[in-house]
Design a protein around this ligand. Structure first.
Ligand SMILES: [Cu+2]
Length: 193
């Protein structure tokens, strides 16, 4: 009787770590699977970082345009990991006949205006510049077609020192600031010097 209890205890003790190990392996597998899933889901974010020399281009995006729209804006963050300033001098977009680097600002009469940065946009050494709604942006003009939410389109960015790099813009839903940018597009063809 005592022996059988001891045997039972021994069996229990022996099998306990085994079953723990087993369930750990199972759990481990589950963790691995969820991590893989997480990576798979976040992959589009990774895919939208690009590099040209010391310049990192973070997550280029644009907004869907209404039917018949002639302009769209592109946004991204430029990070300069180098110790020399650089400059974004030009851009292209496969959806646009003409692509320019623009700045949007409020003039002294309180009116939102935008202008082409003919000399390009400075990217400070060890610094960054954000192209975002209401500020600097890539201006896609003479659109060849409307762009739709969820699609991507390609473009290039050319830097004075870092050279050219191909990037891919993801297209967000219409609305918000970008619409305001775009609805001012009527004056756009007159912009630039
Ligand atoms: Cu513009």
């Amino acid at each position: 009787m005592r022996n059988s209890i001891r045997d039972a205890a021994r069996i229990a003790l022996k099998s306990y770590p085994l079953s723990r190990r087993h369930s750990f392996a199972e759990r481990h597998g589950t963790i691995g699977l969820s991590l893989m899933l997480l990576f798979a889901l976040s992959h589009p974010l990774w895919a939208h970082e690009f590099k040209a020399g010391d310049i990192e281009i973070v997550q280029p995006w644009s907004r869907a345009t209404p039917e018949g729209a002639k302009v769209a804006a592109g946004y991204l963050v430029l990070k300069n990991h180098g110790s020399f300033p650089d400059r974004l001098v030009s851009a292209t977009g496969e959806i646009a006949g003409v692509t320019q680097v623009h700045e949007m600002a409020v003039d002294d009469k309180g009116v939102m205006t935008m202008r082409q940065l003919a000399d390009g946009l400075d990217v400070p050494a060890d610094g960054e510049v954000a192209l975002k709604p209401g500020s600097f942006h890539i201006m896609f003009m003479d659109l060849k077609r409307p762009i739709k939410e969820g699609e991507t389109f390609k473009g290039t960015l050319t830097f004075e020192k870092a050279g050219s790099v191909e990037v891919e813009y993801t297209v967000d839903a219409m609305g918000g600031n970008a619409m305001k940018d775009h609805s001012m597009g009527g004056g756009h063809d007159n912009v630039g010097d």
